[in-house]
Design a protein around this ligand. Structure first.
Ligand SMILES: [Ca+2]
Ligand SMILES: [Ca+2]
Ligand SMILES: [Ca+2]
Length: 262
């Protein structure tokens, strides 16, 4: 009898423990408390997550909190909508600071494996005017990219959306795991290298808004400003090419004259 009481007590304790313990692997639909990822990598299959691994390790080393998410995980949690819509809704739900706080998204895979969204900014009917873009995944505070619900996302006049990105999105448009891994290693090698060659810039400034030979805008104004404000204070070595030939050449001195041949 006493044994039975102990057994019941033990089972009760086990149940209590099971319900009180946080989930060990929180799903992407219901993230764990205080779970933050500012860098999300979306891969078509787990093997591509392994291939991009060196980049994840590097990004974590320099302070990012990185999460690799597979399309299968996203689709499991977002079972309806087309594939691009399911990815968009996952990012839309997780990017806020109160959630994962996503700032960067890397899509791994070409468009045959990693969906891209076609947008119809001109708002015309028919199949023309479609533009494939990953900006769709960057603009996340939009209520609905297809307000008039005609299957044509991003019509300027008929759908309602802003053009400000909430996260920065990049795509590695390769499918072969060995190529993805080579790319990851190359990015790491590039970012790790902080030797002097990286602190050199070529600044080109030509004329624009040419109304006549004497009424035109010299882009060297902007280029000089960039040099003074951003490069010179940090010791960068810059080489300048401005327009020095013809009527009213640039008033700014440059290392070389900008011409059709250079
Ligand atoms: Ca529409
Ligand atoms: Ca429409
Ligand atoms: Ca926005």
């Amino acid at each position: 009898m006493k044994q039975k009481v102990y057994l019941r007590y033990f089972v009760f304790l086990l149940l209590l423990l099971a319900f009180s313990m946080p989930s060990i692997t929180p799903s992407i639909a219901s993230p764990g408390e205080n779970e933050k990822f500012d860098y999300v990598i979306i891969v078509p299959q787990p093997i591509k997550g392994t291939a991009i691994g060196p980049l994840k390790t590097w990004k974590e080393k320099i302070g990012f909190s990185v999460k690799i998410v597979t399309l299968a995980e996203i689709y499991e949690n977002y079972p309806t909508g087309d594939d691009a819509d399911r990815i968009w809704r996952f990012l839309h739900d997780r990017y806020p600071q109160s959630q994962w706080g996503i700032r960067y998204v890397l899509l791994v895979g070409d468009v045959d494996l990693m969906p891209i969204r076609m947008l119809y900014p001109d708002g015309k009917s028919g199949s023309g005017g479609a533009y494939g873009t990953d900006f769709y995944y960057a603009n996340l505070d939009v209520t609905d990219w297809d307000v008039d619900n005609d299957g044509r996302w991003g019509e300027f006049t008929q759908d309602s959306f802003d053009t400000h990105a909430e996260v920065l999105v990049g795509r590695l448009p390769f499918n072969e795991p060995s190529v993805i891994q080579n790319f990851a290693n190359a990015v790491v090698a590039f970012e790790e290298d902080i030797t002097s060659w990286k602190y050199q810039a070529l600044l080109l400034g030509g004329y624009s808004d040419i109304t006549s030979a004497t009424v035109k805008t010299d882009s060297a104004v902007n280029t000089e400003r960039i040099d003074q404000d951003y490069f010179a204070p940090y010791g960068w070595i810059t080489t300048t090419l401005f327009e020095k030939n013809g009527i009213l050449p640039s008033a700014f001195p440059s290392d070389y004259a900008l011409s059709q041949t250079n």
